[in-house]
Structure formats: structure tokens, C-alpha cells
Design a binder for this molecule. Sequence first.
Ligand code: PEP
Length: 270
Amino acid sequence: MGTVTQGGSRQGRTPLIAGNWKMNLDYQQAIALVQKLDWALKDAKHDASSVEVAVFPPFTDLRSVQTLISADKIEFSLGAQDLSVHDSGAYTGEISGQFLKKLDCGYVLIGHSERRQYHDEGDDVVAAKVKAAIKHGLVPVICVGETAEDLETHGASAVPVAQLKTALTDVAAGTEVVVAYEPVWAIGSGQAATPEQAQQVCEKLRAVVAEALGADAAAATRILYGGSVAAGNIAGFMREPDVDGALVGGASLKVDDFAAIIRYQKHVGV
Ligand code: PEP
């Protein structure tokens, strides 16, 4: 973890800007995007130590992106979009955490709302995947968030707080995790939460991490906001003390937009 404190008081937590490509870009397109993003950041003389950048390509792109990152010494972290709860064996179509680790993945998304919605992943599966990730030395990026209906019925924080509590059940104190607060109604809708709304929930999520993993771990844990993050709104989120970065979907597929999000410290007023 670094020492960045610009834009909110985040006690040495290095901001993390993560791009979730979802089911977009084949391996050739993935290579092109990573190269162009790297050039764009280098052209802009971006200080790579000030913000950690992570990309989450589809499984079939991971080997190509890993090779490019390592050959060209590109300072991006690599993550996968999912993993199996199993280590190996007769689980057709599943991908083990140990395979991801071998590809130099540092992170894995767990519990993204699209997995919860389209693959019926409930809180128990999410908790099992968190354990599988940790077992294989991957940092889980635990996604939580309320639907529009949850928001109306229970308010913003009840569902994400409950989801995170279950996800962290029996996780050892001090374990490194990343939490992504992604209101489902904000994902892909163009209607982001306000920075104040994000802060209110992220503060509560940090308290959940403190209860589960201890105060030191909570102080070190990066909590991201996700949901229609764009170049024009990232600075507002990054001013909030409990928002340590962003999980970006659509805008991470556009080089100029994602580079501008990564360079949020250059935006006016941050
Ligand atoms: C996401 O799916 O994680 C996400 C935040 O998507 P978008 O940025 O497109 O809303």
C-alpha cells in the first residue's frame, strides 16, 4: 500500500481503479486496449505509483494480457472475473483459483451483481468463493449492492452490509480483501449514486470489515464505488474519505475515458 492521501483522507490506502471488461474484447482486442491505455498514461506522464490500475479481462484473454504486462513492464494489476469454489476435478467449465494464480492474477471479482442475477449466486456461494480465492493467494474483490427495490424497501446500506457480513464469515483477521460497493440500479444505467450516497454506504461497509477482520485490516482495506463511473464524476467520488477507488464497467473499455478516470487527481478540485 502506498501513501496517497490526495482527494479524501484515506490513511495511506493506495487508490485502486479497476476495469471490469465483462464479456467484451477477444484476446487480440484485449492486447490492443492494454497497449493503448499504457501509451495514453505514459504520454500524459501519469505517476503510476499514485494509483493502482487493475484490469479484469475475460478468462480467454488472461494469458495474453499477462504476457504483455510482463514483457512490456506495464504497471497494471491483473484480475479475473470469477473463480470456482473447487480446487480441481470434474467441474466442467469451471476455473480454479490456482490456475488464476499461475497467470499472475492478483485479484478476482466475487459476487458481481451479474453473477448473482444471471447465475443465481447467493451469499453462501459468494462466501465459499471468497474462501477459495484466499486459499489460492488471490485478493477477493467482494461486490455488494442493493437493487432499486431493496433501496426502496430497506434503504441503501442494509443489503450491502448483510451481503458483506456473510461474505466475510470465517475469514481470518487481517486478511486482505477489496470491497466494491455497486448499487445494482447504478450499474450500466448512466445514473450513478451521488458521492455522498456512496460515502454513507462505504463508511458502513468499513465498519463491517472492522468487525470481521479487525480495525487495522479495516483501515487498510480499499473500498471501491462502482456504477456508471465516468471521467466526469470520478473526482467527486474520490473526494470522499471512505471511497478508495472505483470498479468501472463500460468506461473501462474506452481508452480515453478509462485513462481520464485513472488520472482523476488531475481533475479540477481534487
Ligand atoms: C460494473 O458492472 O461493475 C459496473 C460498474 O458497470 P458500469 O461502470 O458500466 O456501470
